[in-house]
Design a protein. Structure first.
Length: 158
């Protein structure tokens, strides 16, 4: 039989490990995410619409620099709950986002672990990825459609 002090020490140790375990998604973890669907082509006249100006640096770096003309196809804002997939209706196809966890780091921005899927217009899965991104940074995921690009710019904050 265990003594009461031993049981108390084990209970406190288990509680301490549970509280110290970083990164696990808690039921009350939520994030607000903006999703911009972007079409990319090569055109005679390069163009980046005003709505994409904040992403201009990313659009001018490889592999996105393969295209010179971009357009916003759709955009939406989502509120994500931990471990619940949220559907995203796209102009071409569909996608889903899931908040897997939020890692709170002392002295740094929180890091969000996301699951991202994207299906093309015919329903074929073209992106299925698990990524981690600092809160407020923009994640770019996408695929090729013929020689054109079809991307999502995703930015989330807890």
């Amino acid at each position: 039989m265990f003594s009461k002090p031993t049981i108390l020490c084990v209970a406190l140790a288990v509680a301490g490990v549970a509280l110290a375990a970083p990164g696990r998604a808690l039921a009350d973890d939520t994030a607000s995410c903006s999703v911009i669907e972007i079409g990319a082509t090569n055109a005679k006249d390069p163009s980046i619409p005003p709505g994409l100006k904040p992403l201009e640096k990313k659009l001018k770096k490889p592999p996105l620099s393969s295209w010179n003309s971009f357009k916003v196809m759709s955009s939406t804002t989502l509120n994500l709950s931990a471990m619940r997939a949220a559907p995203v209706k796209l102009a071409t196809g569909q996608a889903s986002l899931m908040l897997r966890e939020i890692e709170k780091r002392e002295g740094k921005r929180p890091r969000l672990a996301l699951a991202v899927t994207m299906d093309d217009a015919s329903g074929k899965r073209v992106v299925d990825s698990k990524v981690s991104v600092d809160a407020g940074d923009t994640l770019m995921v996408g695929s090729l459609v013929n020689d054109d690009g079809h991307f999502l710019a995703i930015s989330c904050k807890p």
